[in-house]
Design a protein around this ligand. Sequence first.
Ligand code: G4P
Length: 550
Amino acid sequence: MTEDILQAPTAATSTDGPATSRVTAEARRRRTFAVISHPDAGKSTLTEALVLHANVITEAGAIHGKAGRRATVSDWMEMEKARGISITSTALQFPYRAPSGQDCVINLLDTPGHADFSEDTYRVLTAVDCAVMLIDAAKGLEPQTLKLFEVCRLRRIPIITVINKWDRPGRDPLELIDEIQSRIGLRPTPLTWPVGIAGDFKGVLDRRTGNFIRFTRTAGGAKAAPEEHITPDRAHAAAGDDWDNAVEESELLSADGSDYDQDTFLGCETTPLLFTSAALNFGVNQLLDVLVQLAPAPHGQLDTEGHRRPAESPFSAFVFKVQAGMDSAHRDRIAYARVCSGTFERGEVLTHATTGKPFVTKYAQSVFGQQRSTLDTAWPGDVIGLANANVLRPGDTLYRDVPVQYPPIPSFSPEHFAVARGTDPSKHKQFRKGIEQLEQEGVVQVLRSDRRGDQAPVFAAVGPMQFEVASHRMAAEMSAPISLESLPYTVARAASPEDVDFLSRQPSVEVFTRTDGVILVLFSTKWRLEGFQRDNPNVVLQSLVAAGDD
Ligand code: G4P
């Protein structure tokens, strides 16, 4: 499955030669990825550092108002947090010229953080070719990272691991490597190894060249950190015992078979690993280079039949997220689509695969932080924002000329449940219609049972923020205000129809049918679920994250 990823595609469905080679060239220079991490691991800081190193900005901004740093590009993240989800940006695109002279385009897709963790966070991962798993050196793997990692694993997204905050006291690097391998079964193959323990970050051993890359701090970490590349014969003189330790540990890693291998990286068995201090801008250049040199370029997408539509085929894209304006003054709705093949030209009429109807792309936008500008052209790997696209839903396909249908985006396992009731009985019709719409847009999953009846559907969500959005939109947009009553469940599993009667008789368990027909059984806790499974080994319950996955 990996061999076609990095190689130049040979066959193209399009007949126009020069245009095809332009698409190939544009696709090959793109890297579309997301950072997966637990809140506070340093995602915003790293994002900003990447942009700084790509020379898009000249000085890192004060995400948290750090003295000596000026507010710049990342302020949008802070504002998003302050203003909630109304202006959530989705993709940050910037050009990057690699030291090799290669001109690249980096598309960094945002996976919203803690407060607004939602199904959208997972959906974004359906639109990337690679993920950077960012880990705090003192904390190791944390719950949200694990959840997001699980989605990457299911979708076979190659992962680059970054151990951040090495400038602070943290854990032993070999111990962190062991933790990754033993807990998630992904073998780290470090590309750099720290010189100096956590808290005393002098530089890294570049395991591919053998050189010592020495970093120098800049005031407040506002500028890219100067780096010197010191050959191994001079490295001991430069870093003493710290260098010798790094060399020794690197040799241990080699002896253990933990050297980088492209095939197993793309096959999701190994993960190249780097050490950084995003706050000091240490190791950020190395990450950019790894993205450019090793991460997969867009290589076409599998359709519902399992055939790959090559990147140079006529235009196609799939919608991975629909964002409705929370601000009642701006009831716009932006559908974000990832280009899978061909060239996007604004104004062109595409086909909406679900309905077969034409779709006009007059209102296409690109997003850089807070700035939105009209987008005229896009290539495979890029994200286009389609404004006023009321017919588009997550998972929908758009194409030109040659029809294609990409697989639906799976529904992810909800962990929050609440009964929704209309507070104004005269708005019964709006209530029903509103809920249907929110469900179709993927704002919440909707569950029903005979026991609770149609008047009291249950909303299910990955994050509680989805309830806030649903509640707000029901009142503001659908004129059908609702009240939500939380239910004491945290785990959902899919069950077969023949077990419904038995399951319905169990204490502290509730059975529902989701709108897509899947039967969901809800348990109060993971332990309760495990106890049930121990006592009833014949009842087959399936985990949901992979539901509908390709
Ligand atoms: P997030 O987006 O993943 O939630 O994390 P964010 O970048 O906001 O960083 C969380 C905290 O960790 C911030 O500190 C940030 O400065 C700090 N941080 C990020 N990367 C590094 C690093 O490499 N080294 C060190 N030492 N700290 C790092 P804060 O206390 O919230 O704010 P402040 O320190 O900016 O005042």
